[in-house]
Design a protein around this ligand. Structure first.
Ligand SMILES: [Zn+2]
Ligand SMILES: [Zn+2]
Length: 395
């Protein structure tokens, strides 16, 4: 199958329950040439240890080694990113952190993801996720703006990805700009609550006041996937916010590359498994198309599969911030569902104009709510329509 949109469908291994299996086949496999096998790995993307001053005032006060042991042996997660405050770490502490991460990682079993929290008073907080354990400590002291940080990563050829967090509450992350290549995701849920949109469940609305919620940011045209992490100074890893990453294997480079491609789901802490595609293209895909390619994409063929941890209250497809389809299973005690749904609309119907010349952008993602209150989100899939000027058309 030709791939005009430069991303390839995948096959997941987790959705096998007999009851829904046939539906899953229909929703996902019937008409696609699956070229990649991925597995879903879970971990906390944002944990502080007793190296962070803010963690010391809370009763839950683990060292980095204890945090890794808890994530691996108690929470039984696949990876953990410790994100202590860069501005408070000494070079010696950083070297020790990197040594510990290198020694703790066992490919195929557990990944200790080298990371750090970058923060300034003016631009808020972003976490920085490295691809290797030899990375230098970068902080807001010497790189006091996100733009300076991104420029430095490029200039020094340091593989690092940034993710803003608590963007819509006190100490908001500055989201007037992003970096398409170096910033793949938005932390949609953490111990601070739900930042999907203003007024969302599990949100302290008194403290959430900006226009920087996930949906606001996506409506600005940013291509950000979703992750979750505890940021829970008082909580153990994987307790209040967890990220699922679709990666080819459980290694640091594979997780990092999958994050770069926004192949993530986010949950409120329960290990809800979620898969989603549009026309065979997986979570995180950006489909850029012009007027000559419309016929290849529409109507949109949307596939969804959920394996919950308790009965599913509802499963919703969200387009540009608006719920366009809801599926419930009122009579069943089902904690799983799989289905296909067609979005019948034209390439520009009801979507937002971005930029000039009739260019519009559409993002779709899936939101799941369980009866026990736990929620999960897929990263979006984008459809960016760009009208090609006459005479520019490629053969
Ligand atoms: Zn922070
Ligand atoms: Zn933090």
């Amino acid at each position: 199958m030709s791939d005009p949109f430069h991303c390839l469908p995948w096959q997941v291994d987790w959705f096998v329950p007999e009851l829904e299996h046939r539906k899953y086949e229909k929703a996902f496999r019937e008409d696609a040439d699956y070229s990649e096998r991925v597995r879903l790995y879970f971990g906390d993307m944002h944990k502080h240890t007793n190296l962070s001053p803010c963690a010391r005032v809370h009763p839950y006060n683990q060292s980095p080694a204890e945090s890794y042991a808890h994530a691996r042996d108690v929470a039984k997660t696949d990876f953990l990113a410790l994100c202590d405050h860069a501005e408070r770490l000494t070079d010696t502490q950083w070297r020790e952190c990197m040594t510990l991460a290198r020694e703790t990682t066992r490919p195929g079993q557990f990944v200790a993801w080298p990371a750090v929290e970058w923060a300034t008073g003016l631009y808020g907080h972003r976490n920085l996720y490295y691809r290797d354990c030899g990375a230098p400590l970068l902080s807001g002291r010497t790189l006091p703006s996100p733009a300076r940080l991104w420029r430095h990563l490029r200039a020094e050829n340091i593989p690092g990805l940034t993710i803003p967090h608590h963007a819509a509450r006190e100490l908001p992350a500055d989201l007037t700009r992003t970096d398409e290549d170096l910033e793949p995701a938005y932390e949609i849920f953490s111990g601070w609550g739900n930042e999907e949109y203003h007024g969302a469940p599990m949100q302290d609305t008194d403290r959430s006041f900006t226009r920087n919620f996930a949906v606001d940011t996506l409506l600005r045209g940013f291509h950000l996937g979703f992750v979750a992490g505890g940021d829970g100074h008082p909580a153990p890893p994987a307790d209040s916010g967890i990220t699922g990453i679709y990666a080819s294997e459980l290694t640091l480079p594979a997780l990092w590359e999958a994050l770069r491609q926004r192949r993530t789901i986010a949950t409120t802490g329960a290990r809800i498994r979620l898969d989603f595609h549009v026309n065979g293209f997986p979570i995180g895909s950006i489909l850029r198309f012009n007027q000559h390619q419309v016929g290849q994409l529409f109507p949109l063929r949307i596939g969804v599969a959920v394996q919950g941890t308790s009965p599913i209250e509802r499963c919703e497809i969200v387009e540009n911030g608006v719920t366009i389809h809801t599926k419930t299973k009122p009579r069943a005690r089902l904690d799983q569902m799989a289905y296909q749904w067609f979005r019948h609309s034209g390439p520009t119907d009801g979507v937002r104009r971005i930029g000039s010349a009739g260019n519009v952008s559409r993002f779709l993602y899936v939101r799941v709510t369980q009866r026990d209150g736990h929620m999960a989100w897929t990263s979006p899939i984008w459809l960016d329509y760009q009208v090609e000027e006459e005479g520019e058309q490629q053969p």
